[in-house]
Write a protein that binds this ligand. Structure first.
Ligand SMILES: Nc1ncnc2c1ncn2[C@@H]1O[C@H](COP(=O)(O)OP(=O)(O)OP(=O)(O)O)[C@@H](O)[C@H]1O
Length: 253
């Protein structure tokens, strides 16, 4: 398995280059955090991988080229993402949300009516995301963190092999963050996981590796310790007034 291989990725908006020749490799089993000040190009990079913006260069996942494919075809290639706001069906139960995501060619009516044949993938996902006991609760009644886990579960039942998560712990309590970190560790044992994150404590606790973007370019890469010790990273974070919270990446090294 070769994971994600990005080469010379470039994205421009009307002459402004948001991603400027980025190379990035993420092997399966890694848990890669993508950090960088506001406007560094993190979301645009993920948009390029998922087909939402046009890009130049090459994005290969498990050897297959993704650039040039439609959003739907990329999703069918085993690539899924979450956004900062969870997009679950609030009126439906946790189980129904997962069931619909799993699809399995059944009609909506069948899925809503019949409880007997819950697909094995749904049972496993419920266990992985820790929501088995809440399977019959409407998703709208879940806590903020639980909704995020449900959304991750919806990617798992689609057998997504590359998960791209945009600030998954934003707005979460301390306990929810810890549980999310443990969940991402479990998931990344079998899948490739990339996390865009501004929460430096969370990054320090759970990243297996880190890539730092700045002004559309890859500034630094390595373990948490290596990145924290990199003078280029220290300069960017300390020199960035808007990112005073992020500056703890270096201050607490
Ligand atoms: N559709 C667009 N049209 C024009 N410029 C854009 C567009 N999308 C993003 N940009 C610009 O590209 C740059 C990178 O933005 P991006 O959202 O990728 O950064 P980011 O690292 O994800 O930032 P943040 O941490 O604030 O979300 C920014 O300067 C942004 O204004």
């Amino acid at each position: 398995m070769s994971g994600l291989e990005i080469r010379r990725l470039r994205v421009s908006f009307d002459g402004f280059t948001a991603v400027d020749g980025v190379d990035l490799d993420v092997r399966p089993g890694d848990l890669r955090f993508l950090i960088g000040p506001n406007g560094a190009g993190k979301t645009t990079l993920v948009d390029a991988v998922t087909g939402l913006v046009k890009a130049e260069g090459s994005v290969r996942f498990d050897g297959e080229e993704l650039l040039g494919r439609s959003v739907h075809r990329i999703a069918r290639s085993g690539i899924g993402r979450t956004f900062q706001t969870a997009t679950v069906f609030e009126e439906l139960t946790v189980l129904q949300n997962l069931d619909i995501a799993a699809g399995a060619g059944r009609s909506m009516w069948t899925m809503l009516r019949r409880r007997k044949d819950v697909p094995e993938s749904v049972v496993r996902a419920l266990e992985t995301i820790g929501l088995t006991d809440l399977a019959d609760s409407p998703a709208g009644t879940l806590a903020h963190g639980q909704k995020q886990w449900l959304e991750i579960g919806m990617l798992l039942v689609q057998d997504v092999r590359l998960l791209l998560l945009d600030e998954p712990v934003a707005g979460m309590s301390h306990d929810e963050r810890e549980a999310t970190g443990a969940l991402l560790r479990r998931i990344s044992e079998e899948r490739t996981v990339v996390v865009i994150e501004h929460d430096m404590d969370f990054m320090r606790s759970f990243a297996r590796s880190v890539s730092v973007l700045h002004a559309g370019r890859l500034l630094s890469e390595g373990t948490v310790a290596e990145v924290q010790a990199d003078p280029k990273v220290q300069e960017v974070y300390l020199g960035h007034a808007a990112a005073t919270e992020d500056a703890t990446v270096v201050q607490e090294a």
